[in-house]
Design a protein around this ligand. Sequence first.
Ligand code: SF4
Ligand code: SF4
Length: 472
Amino acid sequence: MYDVHSPKATEFIDHQEILDTLAYAAKNKDNKELVRSLIQRARDCKGLTHREAALLLECNDPELIEEMYQVAREIKQKFYGNRIVMFAPLYLSNYCINGCVYCPYHAKNKHIRRKKLTQDEIRQEVIALQDMGHKRLALETGEDPKNNPIEYVLESIKTIYSIKHKNGAIRRVNVNIAATTVENYRKLKEAGIGTYILFQETYNKESYEALHPTGPKSDYAYHTEAMDRAMEAGIDDVGCGVLFGLETYRYDFVGILMHAEHLEARFGVGPHTISVPRICPADDIDTADFTNAVPDEIFQKIIAVIRIAVPYTGMIISTRESVSCRKKVLDLGISQISGGSRTSVGGYVEKESPEENSAQFDVSDTRSLDEVVNWLLELGYIPSFCTACYREGRTGDRFMSLVKSGQIANCCHPNALMTLKEYLEDYASEDTKKKGLALIERELKNIERDKTREICERNLKEIESGKRDFRF
Ligand code: SF4
Ligand code: SF4
């Protein structure tokens, strides 16, 4: 029985409720009046229910789709402006005891090179990332209690935060590790993580069990209830995601919105971010084996409707996606992208040959961080290296209330300009620097409050003379 407040996975992600939602969407998709009324209502930025969002996703009328895109753009502009937050993944270890059939790190893959970084190797990787200009990382490990116990993850986080190389610093470490206990989530919280990220992969229990035949991850309930345990442990910024292409996109789209509604209902805070990866090729993984591949047009629509349904939730896209796809979805709702990513263990220091590929997935956007920053500037976006909120204690419901009132932009905008300025001073190519400085000049005028603008201008000068780490 569907119950948004229930702590039980099969009740807050009720299979029958998803089927009923999809039937409702299929039945009403040609009801233009109803669809248009929902699009109109979405303009108030209060979001939509999973049922309403499913109906928008199902609607195929080109005119209405364009209207949805328009509202998604308006919401994106209102809450996130033209800022795009930058991050990079850092793979610590690809030892894994699970059997996920879509991931090359699955335990039975005997020809992939297994590697776990030592603390010294982590130092080297972090220095390489700092030298690119990154300030925000997402840690990734496989699940293996012997090789990657929680103590290893905690020690690695400590190492990462401790490295100060030239003007570099990693200021926010988000963590993407397997579902774990409340006690371990508490330890992660104490270690000062930013967001705890865990992808559901698919919300369909039957498919989930078939895709995860062995290992602890095969327990659907334990995995699906992980965010509840993380929140019970005090981690109030959690990042959800599904791997589009494993199940039908319709099912997982409804599932992820129900998960967001559940977290909001039970803990008063929805997910901090939603990631939208699509299945892509990798060692030992042939995408032809997956028949639910999501075409680009549908992918764009998914992003736009998620933007409309949960306006306050950041949306993340990785380098799995091509440059052209990333460009299309930026204004439809994406607020964070990775740049210059390596998806193999040790990949920032050591460049692998294709034969010894140990990447978790093939990167489609292979540009350097500087190239990505330059490209964003050309498109009129502000690449932001901001990590201020979590460091200022703006997390969970405190963060959400600032977002909902629109006040967060008073911090995001100047912080984006100041962190971009740091990047331009320390890491950018000449051309990027020129474009970036011109953009900062233009964007300063868009800071509405005089006082904030003055402080920002003063800090920008201080950055020029060598000072770092200003924030609102
Ligand atoms: Fe292991 Fe994660 Fe890959 Fe599954 S998806 S095999 S848990 S690394
Ligand atoms: Fe993100 Fe907060 Fe920085 Fe805005 S001010 S970009 S919400 S960390």
